[in-house]
Design a binder for this molecule. Structure first.
Ligand code: GUN
Length: 288
């Protein structure tokens, strides 16, 4: 069994990005600049956004964190989006999801300039991704593809079962895994909450990508020997640690890892990759 080490791989990618930034700055140009907008004070979202901003500093990017109050109206947020679209010093930005219920996320995401949409959430960029045209690929699916690529995991002709059909992970990764490139060329089944007898699908899968957010959902008896396991779950579960919680994936790692050929741990698998790929997209946005 080989661990798909997202922590190490993301550090390699960040080192490559930092090298590019050193070259840019040595040539007298300003470094790339990422902005992140967060509305409200959700603990998990604040943690994610702060790690994105910290990662910018590590690779030499400029970064701006915009924390708006929970009471921010849709119009006020649209105004902020418009401001960022027109700010020439900002190469790319993200609006952290989920947004408060009184704000229509789709309305906000469609207002983001597609050329600055380093999350790849704008319909134009999602459409380009689906058509295999060059674009910003959302950080989580992009991170999974990069991990499979760097570990030379064979995906061509394999049966991939994706669990979860979210706009951010399940649906885009199902499209990418079936694309006519490597990694890709996979036969994909997209399973979700209405899927019947899911274990009948997973038991025959060569590759399982679980993006459900249910701890220990994928158990050893659902997995065939030698399967590749990608765990995208990041559920906070209360414990007695100083932080008061630990991050738990969708996969029963202890038992599933014994049967798998490759597996991503949680934490230290897909999670760190998403941040590295967001930085990669920001560098692409900078280069135009
Ligand atoms: N919420 C959970 N994941 C993400 C992400 O990749 N980008 C943004 N903007 N919000 C998220």
């Amino acid at each position: 069994m080989i661990i798909l080490d997202g922590k190490k791989t993301s550090n390699d990618i960040k080192a490559e990005i930092a090298e590019s930034v050193r070259g840019i700055v040595a040539n007298g140009s300003r470094p790339p600049h990422l902005a992140a907008v967060i509305v409200g004070n959700d603990g998990a979202s604040l943690t994610y956004v702060s790690s994105k901003v910290r990662a910018c500093k590590r690779v030499g990017f400029d970064s701006t964190l915009i924390n708006l109050p929970e009471s921010t109206s849709e119009d006020e947020l649209l105004e902020k989006v418009n401001e960022l679209n027109n700010d020439e010093q900002i190469d790319g930005y993200i609006v952290q999801l989920p947004l408060p219920k009184h704000i229509d996320s789709q309305k906000i995401l469609i207002a983001v300039d597609a050329d600055k949409d380093v999350d790849g959430f704008h319909p134009t960029n999602f459409g380009k991704m689906a058509l295999s045209l060059p674009t910003f690929i959302s950080a989580t699916p992009f991170g999974i593809m990069e991990l499979l690529k760097r570990y030379d995991v064979e995906t061509s002709g394999k049966h991939t079962v994706v669990i979860g059909r979210s706009d951010i992970v399940g649906r885009p990764i199902s499209i990418l895994m079936s694309q006519k490139y490597n990694p890709g060329n996979s036969t994909v089944t997209l399973a979700h909450s209405r899927t019947k007898n899911i274990e009948e699908l997973t038991k025959h899968a060569d590759i399982i990508i679980s993006a459900l957010g249910v701890p220990n959902f994928v158990k050893a008896e659902m997995v065939k020997d030698g399967a590749v396991i990608v765990d995208v779950g990041i559920t906070r579960v209360a414990d007695n640690s100083a932080k008061g919680y630990k991050i738990v994936g969708d996969v029963d790692y202890e038992n599933v890892s014994k049967k798998s050929s490759y597996i991503t741990p949680v934490p230290g698998g897909v999670g760190p990759m998403t941040i590295a790929m967001l930085l990669k997209n920001t560098l692409l946005a900078y280069k135009g």
